[in-house]
Design a protein around this ligand. Sequence first.
Ligand code: URP
Ligand code: ZN
Ligand code: ZN
Length: 460
Amino acid sequence: MRTLIKNGTVVTASDISRADILIEDEKIIALEANCTSATDLTFDAAGKLVFPGAIDVHTHLDMPFGGTVTADDFTTGTVAAAAGGTTCIVDYAIQTPGKSLQDALDAWHKKADGKCAIDYGFHVAVTDLNDDVMAEMPALIENGYPSFKLFMAYKGVFQVDDATLLKILKQSGASGGLVLVHAENGDVIDVLTREMLAAGKTEPLYHALSRPPQAEEEAVNRFIIMAELSGAPAYIVHLSDAGALGRVAEARVRGLDIYAETCPQYLYLNIERYSEPGFNGAKYVMSPPLREEGNEDYLWSGLASGNLQVVASDHCSFNLKEQKEIGCDDFTKIPNGAPGIETRVQLLYAGGVNGGKISVNKFIDLVSTAPARLFGLYPRKGTIAVGSDADLVIFDSEADFKISAATQHQNVDYNPYEGFGGKGVPQKVFSRGRLVFDEGKYVGETGHGCFQRRSPFTGL
Ligand code: URP
Ligand code: ZN
Ligand code: ZN
């Protein structure tokens, strides 16, 4: 089947041009100024931007965590992603202690295969290292899973020690993998948490106060030094703090292969949210926590300067009712995480491009091209080029949006950005040539999304 997207302004990470995009089945087969080929379907994108489908490399769907399971599964989560202009996600398959990494992947494939609206891949989170796990890593990289996640926090749950960090960095680096880290010092957090609980400080605000910026900065610094020692490329997920960003910037100046992502929550929300009335502060209990007002300016500068290369969502949704409420008397029991898979692209466009903080090309780089390059999906995904997958968004940069839990596709009972508005709406979203969202309506099919084997790490 041939599909034509005509008259649009095509935006990639490097160019802006007027072009018609000719698609055959799942692939882009031509980019022409004025395409006159016969087609089965034609979409007029006059006055609209056409950009590569966004890629969200940090999601948690159908994940057991904090005594419950995320509110979004692979169907609701990927439909919500598509609504927001995202056409590929990379989720985390988390190792159960005592089991293999392949067991984790088998479990996560079972959750996702046949259930996704858009394409998906997996990082592998290592929680329990032994010789067998080390031995598994090279083959996993070869087989399409070239990224490994480690947690320096969540003591007693996911946290690993420094020896594990170093060993995984060495093994991954030697085999073409990329190591991702949740960088917060879990031991420091554990001490502060106990002190707060002992003093009767149980409200959501104390989640933030028990995880100070220094706990993040110290872990980022330690991880960077381990990466330097091992010679391996490394990536810091959900970086939230100006001090931590300074460590990344310094490492990059020194020529180290260090990359970092931030998320919209750290660009738009701050610590005052924890003091919303009643138990509403629990909506924002995530790790790292929201920071002091003003911190976000440093993160925006980091995006503009290139010290932060990716904006991902860290979508990890729990309902306020019955899920976040597990911790109504004790902030340590509130499941950590917040929704954002649907709003990431629009928020970054509205605040970043319309707000004059980043160019439209930089915006595409942050949400699509750089994630594709770093995580082995480029040039199949992350750009608009002949031979690439026809993952495309027709984006109305003049249309208004207003975010509300009442109209979202995310399967959760609140939205952290309730009432936020701006200009820029994904009008039509195509996944491998197939229209999946049309004027706010899901027109796709569960199971259309395919697992994506990713290539070993080659840099940005
Ligand atoms: O609070 C968060 N970020 N929850 C999801 C798990 C993680 O740490 O990324
Ligand atoms: Zn994390
Ligand atoms: Zn996460």
